[in-house]
Ligand binder design. Structure first.
Ligand code: SF4
Length: 89
């Protein structure tokens, strides 16, 4: 198994929940995930988070025929960077 996704726990994805039809159901009403802890800047259900929040599971179930793991990490890191810019606006 290759290495884990290098998440730096910025929380950008958890604070941009309205931007995807796959995650908008998690919206607590202000665009932030209902399971996000603002004080700790962490997921309160991390070990049981939805598949869409788990890069490794999404890769193995849906994307490994299109990308190798390193490529998929890069695609996701670009998305992370874009979300980070978005939430700082
Ligand atoms: S379930 Fe957890 S990891 Fe997924 S968006 Fe919500 S807070 Fe983030």
């Amino acid at each position: 198994m290759s290495e884990a996704f290098p998440c730096n726990s910025c929380g950008a994805c958890c604070k941009s929940i309205r931007l995807s039809t796959q995650t908008e159901w998690l919206d607590r009403g202000d665009g932030v995930c209902r399971y996000f802890d603002d004080q700790q800047n962490t997921c309160t259900i991390y070990e049981n988070r939805p598949e869409i929040c788990n890069v490794r599971v999404m890769y193995e179930k849906h994307y490994q025929s299109q990308f190798n793991w390193s490529e998929f990490v890069l695609v996701n890191q670009k998305a992370c960077d874009a979300l980070l810019v978005q939430i700082k606006k």
